[in-house]
Design a protein around this ligand. Structure first.
Ligand code: SF4
Length: 252
């Protein structure tokens, strides 16, 4: 039976995360997920962007029979292939997907989007203020579902080798007053690819086009990396921004 956690203060929550991090560091990914489910039960959720490596976490949940709610933020700017991938994996593995998006008006949600002409002469979307757009369409949305009273902890598929900004992350942290668990942090991308091949997991339709990290579709937000660049370098490539904000805040 899962424990019910009520942490009245941030220090107690951080101490809990530190203790769990020490425990999880000596476990493999299966054991980390099983332990998370044992500890938090249905007060545990998972989050995914249905990007290139989303199947790693989602297939583990399916294989280990961990029936958590899986939250997916629909920014309104996803590639159609990403939405199709969501439906493919959901159907294949019977996932409980909760698609959530901003409660603001359509005008507000898209206020930073404009159309430009690409190098090939075709019209394409660009975002004029990526920080503000991410704040509305991702950070605010995440804040809302993490604040749900029946959520104590969430699992994310982040990995340390995805970018320099992620290389020192712990397996368990605190974010927005909830326990955040990252069971695949120490998986190199070669192991991810091997796992997905061995289990014949469906591939994101854009993976074969060279996209190693797949976010929103505007030209300002996602492109395939150039030779020698890290996996996430194609995200907001013309800007110093490396994270949309949903993995940055480790406090309330
Ligand atoms: S990634 Fe781009 S389109 Fe998506 S929310 Fe952020 S700025 Fe907006």
């Amino acid at each position: 039976m899962a424990e019910t956690h009520a942490y009245p203060d941030l220090n107690a929550l951080k101490a809990r995360a530190e203790a769990l991090n020490a425990e999880f560091a000596s476990l493999d990914a299966d054991a980390r997920l099983r332990r998370a489910w044992e500890l938090f039960g249905d007060r545990l959720i998972a989050t995914t962007s249905f990007g290139r490596d989303a199947a790693l976490l989602l297939h583990h949940l399916h294989r280990l029979k961990i029936p958590v709610r899986v939250y997916f933020m629909d920014t309104g700017f996803h590639f159609p292939e990403t939405l199709a991938y969501r439906d493919t994996l959901s159907k294949a593995w019977g996932l409980d997907i909760r698609t959530v998006s901003s409660e603001r008006t359509e005008l507000e949600r898209r206020q930073y989007a404009e159309t430009e002409t690409g190098p090939d002469g075709a019209a394409r979307l660009r975002i004029t203020n990526i920080d503000a757009c991410c704040a509305i369409n991702k950070v605010e949305v995440q804040r809302r579902f993490l604040a749900l009273p029946d959520v104590d902890a969430f699992v994310s598929g982040l990995r340390r080798d995805q970018s320099p900004a992620r290389k020192d992350m712990p397996f368990v942290a605190v974010q927005r007053g909830k326990i955040k668990i990252m069971p695949f942090l120490d998986w190199p991308h070669e192991d991810v690819d091997l796992y997905l091949r061995l289990w014949e997991a469906p591939e994101h339709p854009l993976a074969h086009l060279g996209y190693t990290s797949i976010g929103c579709s505007p030209s300002t937000c996602t492109r395939p990396p150039l030779p020698g660049e890290d996996a996430r370098s194609g995200r907001w490539a013309d800007d110093a921004k490396t994270e949309c904000g949903i993995h940055l805040d480790t406090g309330f």
